[in-house]
Design a protein around this ligand. Structure first.
Ligand code: HEM
Length: 165
């Protein structure tokens, strides 16, 4: 009970902070932050899905290790835009967002997508030299690619549905 009270007081503190007030009173700041958020996740999800379709067998001539090095760089960099902008969008209406089921599910799905990527990088990618070019990827890699595409699609759907729930 104590934690919930502390949690909600932190949320109340966040949304009544001078920064949140300033953003709420500005006509342009919230849409600008949302544009940064959308641009950031377009790069993130774009990079992730481009790699996933390579795992599913498209463009087999493209070396997987080169793809992962190039696309993972952009995916990681995009977090520098997605996370701060997401937090700012959240803090403006922290209590409302925290109780929004679409937002809650979105955060869980983001966690699942990151976990899926970590397991792939930690285990499946170790054997990449056996299937780097012109070879079908192993089932575990194809599964990771399919799960990634479905999870990021679900994250985007939840993100869009936040405003409707
Ligand atoms: C990491 C991947 C993420 C993706 C792919 C993503 C995707 C989205 C999408 C598609 C929207 C709807 C945008 C619109 O229709 O205008 C959205 C809105 C939002 N996102 Fe994210 N997001 C991500 C991370 C985050 C994080 C980490 C947070 C918070 C800590 C966050 C907070 C929000 C909030 C509060 C909104 C609602 C904005 C509104 O409806 O006014 N997002 N996000």
């Amino acid at each position: 009970m104590q934690v919930i009270l502390q949690g909600s007081s932190i949320l109340t503190w966040l949304e009544s902070s001078s920064a949140a007030l300033f953003i709420r009173q500005s006509v342009w700041l919230y849409p600008i932050v949302e544009i940064v958020h959308i641009t950031g996740f377009a790069v993130l999800v774009g990079a992730a899905v481009m790699f996933d379709v390579r795992l599913l067998g498209f463009s087999k001539k493209l070396p997987v290790n080169e793809c992962v090095r190039y696309l993972a760089f952009w995916a990681r960099l995009s977090f520098l835009a997605v996370l701060p902008s997401g937090f700012i969008l959240f803090m403006v209406d922290a209590t409302g967002m925290a109780s929004n089921p679409a937002f809650q599910l979105k955060l869980v799905l983001i966690g699942a997508a990151i976990l899926n990527a970590m397991i792939f990088h930690r285990f499946t990618l170790k054997s990449v030299y056996q299937w780097n070019v012109n070879q079908p990827a192993p089932a575990a890699a194809k599964m990771a690619g399919t799960i990634s595409i479905l999870l990021w699609l679900a994250v985007i759907s939840c993100g869009r549905l936040i405003a409707y729930i």
